[in-house]
Structure formats: C-alpha cells, structure tokens
Ligand binder design. Structure first.
Ligand code: ADP
Ligand code: MG
Length: 336
C-alpha cells in the first residue's frame, strides 16, 4: 500500500515509475550518476563557431556537410547542428548510409563524400590525425563542446556548440548531497568541458570521454564496492548504464525512446529539480513500510496473546484485526 501511494505521489511530480520496486531500490542508492548533455544541460545547444582547417572547404561548406550528415541524428548535439543550420535559411543536402556511433558521433555520405562528424576519438578510430587546433582548444576551456568533421578520411574543420546548464541543476545537486547521496558526472564529452561543468555544480567525481561501455563499467565498479547506484541519463549511449544501475531514471522529454525503455523510472517533463523530492519520498516510503510492519505485528501479537488468555472475545478480535489493516492503509495514504 505504501509503495502504491508513493508511486501516486511520484506521478504527480512528473515521474512515471515503470517498475514496482524501483522506489525501494532508490531508497538504498548512495551514489547518483548524472549524464551531462540533455540531463544537466537543456540539451538544446547553439552553434557558436564554425571553422575550416582545409583549403578545399570554406566555413559554409563545413557547416552544410555537418548538417547534412547529422540530419537523421537523434543526439541533442546532432539535432542542434541541423536546427542552427536551418535557422541560417539554408537546407542540408541529401544524405545516405547514415550510421549512428553512440558516444562518438555519426557517419554518412553526402554530396558524394564520406563524412564523419563527432569527437576526436571518432576521428582517431578512423586513423585521422587532428593535430593541434588552437581555435578548438580555446573553446574547450570555456566549457564548449567541440565537434570535428572529416571529409573522405581527412580532417576538414570543426564546430563548437555551447549548451546551457539547466537553471535548477546546481540546486538539485546540492539538495541530493544534503540527502546523503553522492553525485558523479559521467560524460562522453571532453575532459575540459566536463571539468568546467562539474566545477559550476560542485560535483567532485567526474569521468569524461566515456563510451557507453565505460559508463557501464563505472556503474559496475561502484556496485562491486557495495555502493548501490542510481543512473540518470537521456541518450542511447546511456541505455546500458541505465539498465545496469540499481535504479535507472530516463529524462524522457529530450531523451531517446531507447533510454526510456532501459530505465525503471521516466522523468516525463524533464523537471530535474524534482529528483531530490523523489529520493526523499523513497526514503519516507521505506520508513512507512517498516513502521507499518512493526505496528501490525505488535498489534497481532498482543491480540493473539489476549485471545489465548481469554480476555479478547472473537468479535472484538475480528474488529482489532481489521482496525490494524485500516491504520496501515491510513498511514500509507499520508505518502500521497
Ligand atoms: P553525454 O555523455 O555528455 O550525453 P554522449 O556520450 O552522447 O555525451 O556523446 C559524447 C561525445 O560524442 C559528444 O560530446 C560529442 O563530441 C560526440 N557525439 C555524440 N553524438 C554525436 C553526434 N550525433 N554528432 C556529433 N558528435 C557527437
Ligand atoms: Mg546525454
């Protein structure tokens, strides 16, 4: 009864609890792992800089090729590149052979060229040398995300995007720390960007440059140390970690369906600020469950003893038994 009442309360705060025992598991979590893009940030970044490093392409061509390759992308960064490009009044070229590489980027064929768009690890994986790019490094230090573009196996240019931190992220992290849950940042983004964000939010533990499997391994490492983990994420790249964690919470609005499918709880309207409420609610629910059990067992024990010695007659016995159930239900209903 307490669990149902708590789920009812969670629903009114925008959480769709998909697994009956998810709140029970959440009450035990002492680490809460956050994904960055889309979870702590709004996930609607703006393109700040487009730069070409190749003589064959100018800035507008770099921008067009990136937008063309990303047009089927469901990653917040990919969608942002297409959205910002369309705002300039231009339309991306047709693309084929689109492939999404979670935690790295995308590849596609457009205008007869093979295009790779993503982080430095993606280009390195394909044997493409980036070298030193002073323009990109300056942007990284400011907390921007740098997306590299390669055309036909050659590094051609980069775009930088700046995402806004959710206004409520800092307060949410502070409230969760106060509840005794340690926040951790798990991101596929560059170390400098991750550090800049973590510093603003006072998160001490940061893992950057994570591929989906790195996020999974990080969760596993905590679980091996007997620390139950709650993971919050929005992307396809977070799905394995959401599934592996003791409790997975998907940011459903900006997020992908795959993340929602892998999670135990979905945050329907992306109100990250409600997280401390959910954690506190789960702890209150456990207290209610324990109180109810102790109360009803004690009541039954006393009533049975009184019945044995003949003080309690059958009619009063039946009444006491039902009164116990009613009190348990009333106590649980306070969770609503
Ligand atoms: P986060 O963990 O912060 O949500 P992801 O793991 O989704 O980030 O992505 C990690 C990195 O991979 C991004 O910072 C970006 O550099 C690159 N990346 C992922 N998807 C795309 C994409 N569709 N287009 C360009 N870059 C991408
Ligand atoms: Mg994300």
């Amino acid at each position: 009864t307490a669990s149902r009442a708590a789920i009812g309360n969670a629903t009114r705060h925008g959480f769709l609890v998909r697994e009956g025992d998810a709140l029970e598991r959440l009450s035990k979590a002492n680490v809460i792992a956050f994904d960055k893009t889309g979870t702590l940030t709004y996930g609607t970044p703006e393109v700040v800089v487009v730069e070409s490093v190749s003589e064959a392409f100018d800035e507008s061509e770099i921008y067009r090729l990136a937008a063309s390759a990303e047009q089927f992308s469901e990653h917040p960064l990919g969608k942002a590149i297409v959205r910002c490009y369309k705002k300039t009044g231009a339309a991306p070229a047709e693309a084929a052979e689109f492939q999404m590489l979670p935690g790295r980027g995308v590849c596609a064929r457009a205008e007869g060229k093979r295009i790779l768009v993503g982080n430095s690890a993606l280009l390195r994986e394909h044997g493409i040398e980036i070298g030193s790019v002073p323009g990109a490094e300056a942007q990284l230090r400011q907390g921007c995300t740098v997306i590299y573009l390669a055309v036909d196996g050659r590094f051609a240019g980069f775009l930088t995007l700046s995402d806004t931190l959710r206004a409520e992220s800092a307060a949410t992290i502070a409230a969760l720390s106060a509840l005794g849950v340690q926040p951790v940042l798990l991101t596929g983004d560059h170390e400098n960007t991750a550090r800049a964000i973590a510093e603003k939010l006072h998160i001490r533990e940061v893992r950057s440059g994570c591929l989906p499997e790195d996020k999974l391994n990080c969760i596993d490492a905590y679980q091996r140390k007997a620390m139950p983990v709650c993971m919050i994420g929005d992307g396809v790249n977070d799905a394995p970690a959401l599934k592996k964690a003791d409790v997975g919470i998907a940011v459903g609005g900006v997020g992908s369906d795959i993340a929602v499918d892998a999670a135990d709880i979905a945050l329907v309207d992306d109100e990250v600020r409600e997280l401390p409420h959910l954690v506190a609610l789960s702890k209150r629910m456990m207290t209610t469950i324990k109180c109810n059990m102790i109360f009803s067992m004690t009541l039954n024990f006393i009533a049975i003893t009184l019945a044995i010695i003949g003080t309690l007659n059958p009619v009063v016995g039946a009444l006491v038994h039902n009164a116990g159930s009613v009190l348990v239900i009333v106590n649980s209903a306070f969770l609503l």
